[in-house]
Design a protein around this ligand. Structure first.
Ligand code: DG2
Length: 249
């Protein structure tokens, strides 16, 4: 029997709060984000959705979210696997930039193309930028041609899917409840794949911070409920609106 998949975008980070493009910059959770992560864990416990294994990115906002949620659900002891393939989309030269200032400077169309288009990446980051990950020890194992300097969502799908098939699917096939704690855009890439969404459709998809999204999958790994089920649909709807409107404050 195929196990249950639970997707969890990390709680609000310090840079979500400050309205800055983050990408691969390794920022911590805000206090609100820590509370969101803990609440996510309580929701898991309340719904009897107790993870057997957890997968995160290499970024502390996802790592901490999984830890806080699992602590709250009394499952801090389960195995944790981490991969750069679950990292947030690399936001290129936008990393560290203010979303509202970027919107004002480039206009709504360009801003939304960079944020949500499937195939257009932002300009690449200058390796000398303080927000570049060049020289970051955690990516030293990646050959230079694989290490991104910017990514569009299509690029994220390509680098995320091998991890889905090689690491997450085997856990699901073993009948486990699998928690994937990751990011707005790496989860958009996964949801696009799971729900078989078209490139135009995924433009309108936003993932809220800190609300677990449950997917039950059939033997062909297709969702039995398309779009999955948020454990707190009201909180998810409010948080989705907040993500949509980023840059407009
Ligand atoms: C946000 C997503 O990523 O931003 O990189 O700024 O989920 O890791 O906080 P996250 C970022 P948007 O694409 O929604 O602007």
């Amino acid at each position: 029997m195929t196990g249950t998949l639970v997707l969890l975008r990390h709680g609000e980070s310090e840079w979500n709060k400050a309205n800055l493009f983050t990408g691969w910059v390794d920022v911590p959770l805000s206090e609100k984000g820590r509370a969101e992560a803990a609440r996510g864990g309580r929701l898991l416990a309340e719904h009897g959705l107790l993870p057997d294994v957890s997968h995160t990115s290499l970024l502390r906002r996802a790592i901490m979210t999984a830890e806080l949620a699992l602590h709250e659900a009394d499952r801090q002891w389960i195995p944790v696997k981490r991969s750069w393939r679950l990292n947030e989309r690399h936001y290129g030269a936008l990393q560290g930039k203010d979303k509202a200032a970027t919107l004002a400077e480039y206009g709504e169309e360009q801003f939304m193309t960079w944020r949500r288009s499937y195939g257009t990446p932002p300009p690449p980051i200058d390796p000398a930028s303080e927000f570049s990950q060049d020289g970051d020890a955690r990516y030293a194992f990646l050959p230079p041609e694989v290490r991104p300097a910017t990514e569009c969502l299509a690029d994220v799908v390509v680098r995320m899917l091998p991890y889905w098939y090689d690491a997450i699917v085997p856990d699901l096939r073993a009948g486990q409840t699998v928690l994937v704690a990751a990011h707005g855009n790496s989860l958009r890439a996964l949801v696009k794949h799971l729900d078989g969404m078209g490139e135009d459709e995924v433009v309108g998809l936003n993932i809220p911070t800190g609300v677990p999204l449950r997917y039950d999958l059939d033997d062909d790994l297709r969702p039995t409920t398309p779009g999955g089920q948020y454990l707190d649909p009201e909180a998810a709807a409010a948080a989705i609106e907040a993500v949509k409107n980023q840059g407009k404050k």
